[in-house]
Design a protein around this ligand. Structure first.
Ligand SMILES: *Cc1c(COP(=O)(O)O)cnc(C)c1O
Length: 425
């Protein structure tokens, strides 16, 4: 039997860091990444045959669990008919229709291959629509690895950012202003000075890439009002939140209508998909109707559309959101309780079936409080959980998910493992 360590050594020779996306390498928690051989329902199995309750779920897409029969069936049926044509198919229309009907803010949508492509294209569109260059983003919000969106922090909230990574020219980074998530005052002051040159404000309506940080009351409303007042567009990056809390987006829960919405993850049902949508007036700027170029050899790929459509149909028929919320609520409540009993400072942020565990004794509501939480303790907790067959995100800055096939029994086993893991800290 090949071990995880052997595979990791082999991988590191031919793939940088041994992985195709950095967090997978376990860098933040230490140890050897598990190489996954298969997934089934709420479980993943590594190459050594170990089974884990999966709370990463491919970082969110697998809301129906692994190998949902309807999704597998849809993919198989499409594969038999062909995998890619580079010509339009009816399934793309069906996908567009179901998403347009679920999102009031979306009249037209275009499919791409990842969340990164969605935000990249949305920004190009916003700049073309407004004729302006500056993009505002918020610290701790992740919008994929688009050059202009990798900037995180300048010094002071009114500073235009410097690049966060080598390889991004200053000229590109300087078109992005980075402000504090949930800092309403900072945002309003910025817009009062620079609002006239801002093309778009992009935000995760519920931040899901610094753990989970819900928006403070009034934050999203302020974004909506100030962008409208200054003729800038509001982009909701709902790649992680889309179809997560309801059959629609966080925009339905917070009653805010953005100008452009980015989607990904769940709408691909486990296949590589992204999308961005808006009113027809904005979308019609895209080629071939308008002058803004945007394209993709595999965009709207039939197999990806089949997986996504089956996933959305199952969600629409079953409307599992209330059940998911209840189960994750029980998990959060029980784990919080167990930590309290052990005298361990633990803050759990949760909205629906998306949660984050911060080893912190104070509320976590922005990047500073996220970073202040105890990452070393998270790493130990992570390994304690892993040892008991529960797979959490290998980083304290990522969300924890459950799927529709994480039954009460499965959740209870995760809770039991969490109790033990806390006791071992
Ligand atoms: C995952 C994610 C992205 C990037 O999507 P990829 O498919 O990984 O490119 C963008 N925005 C948000 C909010 C995400 O969670």
């Amino acid at each position: 039997m090949t071990t995880n360590s052997e595979l990791f050594e082999r991988a590191k020779k031919v793939i940088p860091g041994g992985v195709n996306s950095p967090v997978r390498a376990f860098g933040r928690v230490g140890g050897t990444p598990r190489f996954i051989a298969k997934g089934r329902g709420p479980y993943i199995y590594d190459t050594q045959g170990e089974r884990y309750i999966d709370h990463v779920l491919s970082w969110g897409p697998m809301i129906l669990g692994h190998c949902h029969p309807r999704v597998v069936e849809a993919i198989k049926a499409q594969v038999e008919k062909g995998m890619s044509f580079g010509a339009p198919t009816e399934m793309e229309i069906s996908m567009a229709e179901i998403i347009c009907s679920a999102f009031k803010s979306i009249e037209q949508i275009r499919f791409v291959n990842s969340g990164t492509e969605a935000t990249m294209s949305a920004i190009r569109l916003a700049r073309a629509y407004t004729g302006r260059d500056i993009i505002v983003k918020f610290e701790g919000c992740y919008h994929g690895h688009v050059d202009s969106l990798l900037s995180k922090a300048g010094s002071g909230s009114l500073t235009f950012a410097i690049p966060d990574t080598p390889g991004v020219p200053d000229g590109i980074a300087s078109t992005t202003a980075v402000l504090g998530y949930n800092d309403i005052k900072g945002f309003e002051e910025f817009m009062d000075i620079y609002g006239q040159v801002v093309a778009a404000v992009i935000v995760e309506p519920v931040a899901g890439n610094m753990g989970v940080v819900p928006p403070k009351k009034g934050f999203l409303t302020s974004l909506r009002e100030k962008t409208r007042a200054h003729g800038a567009l509001l982009i909701f990056d709902e790649v992680i939140t889309g179809f997560r809390f309801c059959f629609g987006g966080a925009q339905d829960i917070y009653h805010i209508t953005p100008d452009i919405t980015c989607l990904g993850k769940i709408i691909g049902g486990g296949m590589p998909v992204g999308a961005f949508g808006a009113k027809e007036e904005i979308m019609s700027l895209l080629s071939p109707e308008g002058p803004v170029y945007q394209a993709g050899t595999l965009s709207g790929n039939p197999v990806a559309m089949a997986a996504g459509l089956a996933t959305l149909e199952v969600l629409k028929e079953g409307m599992p959101y209330k059940a998911l919320d209840t189960l994750m609520g029980i998990f959060a409540h029980e784990v919080r309780d167990a930590a309290r009993q052990k005298g361990i400072a633990l803050t759990i942020n949760r909205i629906g079936a998306m949660a984050a565990l911060f080893f912190s004794d104070s509320p976590v509501e922005d990047i500073e409080t996220v970073i202040r939480s105890n990452g070393k303790m998270y790493a130990r907790f992570f390994h304690n959980m892993l040892g008991q067959g529960v797979y959490l995100a290998p980083s304290p800055f990522e969300a924890l998910f459950i799927s529709t096939v994480h039954t009460e029994d499965v959740i209870n086993r995760s809770i039991e493992a969490a109790r033990n893991s806390l006791a071992m800290l």
